[in-house]
Design a protein around this ligand. Structure first.
Ligand SMILES: *Cc1c(COP(=O)(O)O)cnc(C)c1O
Length: 294
């Protein structure tokens, strides 16, 4: 884990003239921390890797889908630490690997493809089993939440009125919510379609919290890892105007949601807003070439 310097992440103010708002909007650039252990993923892995070290496990196993940034992060962390890594993927072995799978393979991880049933059974495993340490799917679970809450403490997020982040498993926002104070509102942008029970899952993951919490379910653009021309146009415009690259699975949907909410005067005047740029840019290799201008 030596390649990550937490001080490299920085706060960038969005150009509010372009956004046509008087509200101060910042974005925490966690995407710059590391290309492979990107954004929120380092934080979610932090305590799992500590435990692996303590237990002297020789192999890590984890789970994810074809677009999972978590599997790249895990494979990369293992590769650096010289720990063997097995990644279980749900679905048949594809004839052509996605860029994410190729990346994982390049990082010397062993890929195992399981059908839905096998996968759902396998992913119940967690912790140390016969020398293999199992990290839950997407880096979720209590140690993932605990790690994610260090985003809040490391970057001192206590003075923002609103903190917005994209949610997949919801682990990251659960950690932030757990750490946040009663003057803050935490807003999650759900990138999954028709999975509104994520809100309750997040609440349970926190184990209790003081802040206000809302999960917005209408910014998924058709579902997980789905996109359309409108989202691509937004990503290009946002990059041109704000100099911020986003990924089509998570952070583009987050930034799109934030600009929509600002336009709808969702936030009370003089609020201070923070978006969490949770990284994931490697995933953009998975969309058609030439669509993005960055
Ligand atoms: C994994 C990921 C998320 C989702 O994090 P969860 O903790 O699963 O909610 C958000 N943004 C990016 C870029 C990610 O890679």
């Amino acid at each position: 884990m030596s390649t990550i310097n937490l001080q490299h992440a920085y706060f960038q103010n969005l150009d509010t003239k372009i956004l046509q708002t008087a509200i101060e909007v910042g974005i925490l650039r966690l995407d710059v921390l590391n290309k492979l252990i990107s954004g929120n993923k380092w934080f979610k892995l932090l305590f799992y890797l500590q435990e692996v070290k303590q237990l002297k496990a020789e192999c890590i196993a984890s789970f994810g889908g074809t677009f999972s940034n978590h599997i790249v992060a895990t494979a990369s962390a293992c590769n650096e630490a010289g720990i063997k890594c097995t990644i279980y993927i749900r679905g048949e072995k594809p004839a052509l690997y996605s860029p994410t799978l190729l990346q994982v393979q390049k990082l010397n991880a062993n890929l195992i493809f399981l059908n839905r049933n096998e996968y759902d059974n396998a992913k119940k495993k967690s912790g140390l089993i016969n020398d293999v340490y199992f990290i839950p799917e997407g880096g979720s679970g209590e140690l993932g939440v605990k790690g994610a809450s260090t985003i809040y403490t490391t970057y001192k997020l206590e003075n923002y009125d609103f903190i917005l982040a994209a949610c997949g498993t919801g682990t990251t926002i659960a950690g932030i919510l757990r750490a946040a104070n009663q003057n803050q509102t935490i807003i999650g942008i759900n990138v999954l379609k028709g999975y509104e029970k994520l809100e309750q899952e997040i609440i349970e993951m926190t184990g209790g919290f003081k802040a206000k919490f809302t999960l917005l379910n209408d910014f998924h653009f058709g579902g997980y890892a789905k996109y359309n021309q409108q989202l691509i146009d937004f990503m290009n415009a946002f990059y041109l105007q704000q100099k911020i690259p986003t990924d089509f699975v998570y952070t583009a949907k987050l930034c799109y949601a934030a600009t929509r909410l600002l336009n709808q005067n969702y936030f009370k005047p003089n609020s201070k807003l923070l978006l969490i740029h949770s990284g994931g840019l490697q995933g953009n290799m998975g969309i058609k070439q030439g669509l993005l201008q960055f």
